[in-house]
Design a protein around this ligand. Structure first.
Ligand code: HEC
Ligand code: HEC
Ligand code: HEC
Ligand code: HEC
Ligand code: HEC
Ligand code: HEC
Ligand code: HEC
Ligand code: HEC
Ligand code: HEC
Length: 400
C-alpha cells in the first residue's frame, strides 16, 4: 500500500494542474491573484507594452470618430449592453472577486484587451518581482478562443476543425518524425528551440501565425498574408531523386517540377498571375455575420466554391471544365507506367516519379496551376520509358 501513497499536497497540485490544463482551452487559466491593468506591466516590459499598445486589442475601447463600425460606436448604438464587455475588456469573470472588469470599481483601468487578458491576473507575478512561475505564458489557442468564439467570430471553432490544429499529432504519427520537423508542425518549438517531440504540446495554434503583441503586418500576422502560407507549404527546393512534399507554393508559381528538356513549353495557368492574395483567396474565404447565419472566418482553410465564383461565375464544383478529372486520368496513366519499372534507379524513372509526386503533393489535382501540372504529367508519360536502363528512346540529359 505504502508505495502508492502520495503526500496530499502533491495530489492537490496534480488536480490543480489537470484543472488548469482543461481550463486553458477557455482563457489564460486558473492563475491566482488579481488584475492590475497594463500600466503595472509597463515599467518592466516596455517593449511588449509598446507593441501591444498599438494593436486593435488594446484600442478596441478607444473611440475612433472616423470609423463608424468601431466597437465604441457599435456598442453605443446597441444601447451599451454589458455582455459586449466580456470580450472587449480584461479579466471578465463573474465567478471571482479578482478585480476584473466585471467589477465596476476596477473597470476603468481594464478597458480593451490588455496583457492580463492573455496572461491572467498579474498581482502575484509583480509582488514576486517578476516571478515567471506566477504568470501564464501559453501558446494554447484556447487562450484566444475565450473571445474569438461564437456566431460573430467563430475563428476558434473553425480552427479546431482544421488540420493545423492537429499538426502535432499528424507529425507524431509519422515514423520519420524528428525534433527539427517541429519547425512547421508546432508553435511551442517555433518559440522555444529547447522543445522536443516529447515535450511539444501544441500544433499550429493562433500564436504561430499571429504575433499576440502585434506585428508590422496586417492582422498582427507574422508575415504578409500572401507570403505566410509559403513559410511551410513549400517543397524547400527538393530535386530528384528526393521526394517533393507540400509543393503548393512552387506549384502556384509554376516552378520546381522536373521540366523535361525535350518537353514543354512549361506555361502557367492564369492563377499564377491574377490571384494577388494567393492561397488566402481560395482557402480563407470570409463572410460577415448575418442574422441566423454565423460569420465565416476562413480558419478551416478548406477552399470554398464561393471564392471561385468571383472569377468563375456559376461554378458548381472545383472540377472546372473537367480539369481535376483530366489530371486524375493523367496520374492514372503515369502510375500504370511507373509500376512497370523494374529498376527504380533508372534516371528517367526518377524524373517521372518526381513529377508524379510533385503534382500529387500539391493536393489540388490541377486547380493550383492546371497548365503546369498537365504539362509535367504529359511529358512524364511521353518521355519516360519503363525499359529499366533509364535511357529509353529519348535519352534524358540532366539540367538544361
Ligand atoms: C464572445 C466574445 C465577444 C462578445 C460577447 C462581443 N464581441 Fe465584439 N468582437 C469580438 C472579437 C473576437 C472581435 C474581433 C473579430 C475579428 O476581427 O475577427 C470583435 C470585433 C468587434 C467589432 C469590430 C471592431 C472593428 O474595429 O472592426 C465590433 C464593432 C464589435 N466587436 C462589437 C461588439 C458589440 C456591440 C458587442 C455586444 C453586442 C460585442 N462586440 C460582443 C468578440 C466579442
Ligand atoms: C492577445 C494575447 C496577449 C496579449 C494581449 C499580451 N500577450 Fe504577452 N504573450 C502572449 C503570447 C501568446 C506569448 C507567447 C508568444 C510570444 O512570445 O509572442 C506572449 C509572450 C509574452 C512574454 C514572454 C516573451 C517575451 O516577449 O518576452 C512576456 C514578458 C509578455 N508576453 C508580456 C506581455 C505584456 C506586458 C503585455 C501587455 C503590454 C502582453 N504580454 C500582452 C499573448 C499576449
Ligand atoms: C517588477 C518588474 C515586473 C513587472 C512589474 C512585471 N513583470 Fe513580468 N516579468 C518580469 C521578469 C523579470 C520576467 C522574467 C522572468 C524570467 O525570465 O525568469 C517576467 C516574465 C513575464 C512573463 C513570461 C513568463 C514566462 O513563463 O516566461 C510574462 C507573460 C509576464 N512577465 C507578464 C507580465 C504582466 C502581464 C505584467 C503586468 C501585470 C508583468 N509581467 C509585470 C518582471 C516584471
Ligand atoms: C479578452 C478577449 C480576447 C482575447 C483573450 C483575445 N482576443 Fe483577439 N480580439 C478581441 C477583440 C474584442 C478584437 C477586436 C478589437 C477591435 O477590432 O476593436 C480582437 C481582434 C483580434 C485580431 C484582429 C487584429 C486586426 O488587426 O485585424 C487578431 C488577429 C486577434 N484578435 C488575435 C488574437 C490572438 C492570436 C489571441 C490569443 C493569443 C487573441 N486574439 C486573444 C478579443 C480577444
Ligand atoms: C507554420 C507552418 C504552416 C503555415 C504557416 C501554414 N500551414 Fe497549412 N499546414 C501545415 C501543416 C504542418 C499541415 C498538416 C497538418 C496535419 O495534417 O497534421 C497543414 C495543413 C494544411 C491544409 C490541410 C491539408 C490536408 O491535407 O487536408 C491546408 C488546406 C492548409 N494547411 C492551408 C494553409 C494555408 C492556406 C496557409 C496560409 C494561410 C497555411 N496553410 C499556413 C503547416 C502550415
Ligand atoms: C517546411 C515545413 C515543414 C517541415 C520542416 C515538415 N513538414 Fe510535415 N507538413 C508540412 C505541411 C505544409 C504539411 C501539409 C501538406 C499537405 O497537406 O499537402 C505537412 C504534412 C505532414 C504530414 C501529414 C499529416 C497528416 O495528418 O496526414 C506528416 C506525417 C508530416 N508532415 C511529417 C513530417 C515529418 C516526419 C517531418 C520531418 C522529417 C516534417 N513533416 C517536416 C510542412 C512541413
Ligand atoms: C495558419 C495560419 C493562421 C492560424 C493558425 C490562425 N490564423 Fe488568423 N489569420 C490568418 C491569416 C492569413 C489571416 C488574414 C486573412 C485575410 O487577409 O483574408 C487571418 C486573420 C485573422 C483575423 C482577422 C479576421 C478578419 O475578420 O479580418 C483574426 C481575428 C484572426 N485571424 C484570429 C485568429 C485566431 C483567434 C486564431 C486561433 C484560433 C487564428 N487566427 C489562427 C492566419 C492564421
Ligand atoms: C485558385 C484557388 C486556390 C489557390 C490560389 C490555392 N489553392 Fe490550395 N486548393 C484549392 C482547391 C480547389 C483544392 C482542392 C480541394 C479539393 O479538391 O477538395 C486545393 C488543395 C489544397 C491542399 C490540399 C488539401 C487537402 O485536403 O488535401 C493544400 C494543402 C492547399 N491547397 C494549400 C494551398 C496553398 C498553401 C496555397 C498557396 C501557395 C494554395 N493552396 C493556393 C484551391 C486553391
Ligand atoms: C481571381 C480570379 C480567379 C479565382 C478566384 C479563381 N480562378 Fe480559376 N481561373 C481564373 C482565370 C483567369 C483562369 C484562366 C481563364 C479561364 O480558363 O477561365 C482560371 C482557370 C482555372 C482552371 C483551368 C481551367 C482550364 O480549362 O484551363 C481551373 C481548373 C480553375 N480556374 C479552377 C478554380 C477554382 C476551383 C477556384 C476556386 C477554388 C478558382 N479557379 C478561383 C481566375 C480565377
Amino acid at each position: 500500500m505504502k508505495r502508492f501513497w502520495f503526500p496530499s499536497f502533491f495530489l492537490a497540485a496534480l488536480i490543480a494542474l489537470s484543472l488548469s490544463c482543461g481550463e486553458t482551452t477557455t482563457g489564460p487559466g486558473e492563475a491566482e491573484g488579481y488584475y492590475l491593468g497594463a500600466e503595472a506591466c509597463k515599467e518592466c516590459h516596455s517593449t511588449a507594452y509598446h507593441e501591444a499598445s498599438l494593436t486593435k486589442h488594446f484600442n478596441t475601447f478607444v473611440d475612433d470618430p472616423k470609423n463608424p463600425y468601431d466597437f465604441v460606436s457599435a456598442w453605443k448604438k446597441a444601447g451599451e449592453p454589458e455582455y459586449c464587455l466580456e470580450c472587449h475588456t480584461t479579466g471578465w469573470d463573474e465567478n471571482k472577486n479578482n478585480h476584473g472588469a466585471d467589477e465596476v470599481e476596477y473597470r476603468k483601468g481594464l478597458l480593451g484587451v490588455q496583457c492580463e487578458a492573455c496572461h491572467g491576473p498579474g498581482s502575484e507575478h509583480v509582488k514576486g518581482g517578476g516571478d515567471a512561475a506566477r504568470i501564464t505564458l501559453s501558446y494554447d489557442a484556447g487562450v484566444c478562443g475565450a473571445c474569438h468564439t461564437g456566431d460573430h467570430n467563430p475563428t476558434y471553432g473553425e480552427w479546431k476543425q482544421s488540420e493545423h490544429a492537429d499538426a502535432l499529432n499528424g507529425l507524431k504519427s509519422s515514423s520519420h518524425a524528428r525534433d527539427s520537423c517541429l519547425l512547421c508542425h508546432s508553435a511551442d518549438y517555433w518559440y522555444d528551440r529547447t522543445v522536443t517531440l516529447s515535450t511539444a504540446q501544441y500544433g499550429i495554434t493562433c500564436a504561430m501565425c499571429h504575433f499576440a503583441h502585434g506585428s508590422n503586418f496586417e492582422h498582427q500576422l507574422r508575415e504578409e498574408g500572401e507570403k505566410l502560407c509559403a513559410l511551410c507549404h513549400t517543397d524547400e527546393g527538393a530535386r530528384p531523386p528526393s521526394t517533393p512534399h507540400h509543393t503548393q507554393d512552387e506549384m502556384l508559381l509554376g516552378i520546381g517540377g522536373y521540366e523535361w528538356p525535350q518537353g514543354g513549353p512549361y506555361l502557367n495557368s492564369e492563377h499564377t498571375y491574377v490571384i494577388d492574395e494567393r492561397c488566402i483567396k481560395c482557402h480563407m474565404y470570409m463572410k460577415a455575420f448575418e442574422e441566423g447565419k454565423p460569420a465565416i472566418k476562413g480558419h478551416t482553410w478548406k477552399p470554398r466554391i464561393e471564392a471561385c465564383r468571383e472569377c468563375h461565375p456559376g461554378a458548381g464544383s472545383f472540377n472546372i471544365r473537367g480539369a481535376q478529372k483530366n489530371i486524375e486520368n493523367l496520374l492514372e496513366q503515369l502510375e500504370a507506367k511507373l509500376k512497370q519499372q523494374k529498376n527504380p534507379k533508372a534516371q528517367d524513372y526518377i524524373y517521372a516519379k518526381f513529377d508524379h509526386d510533385f503534382v500529387v503533393n500539391s493536393g489540388s489535382r490541377g486547380v493550383h496551376n492546371y497548365k503546369y501540372a498537365k504539362q509535367l504529367l504529359e511529358d512524364s508519360i511521353e518521355f519516360y520509358t519503363p525499359s529499366g536502363d533509364g535511357a529509353g528512346p529519348h535519352r534524358v540529359v540532366r539540367g538544361r
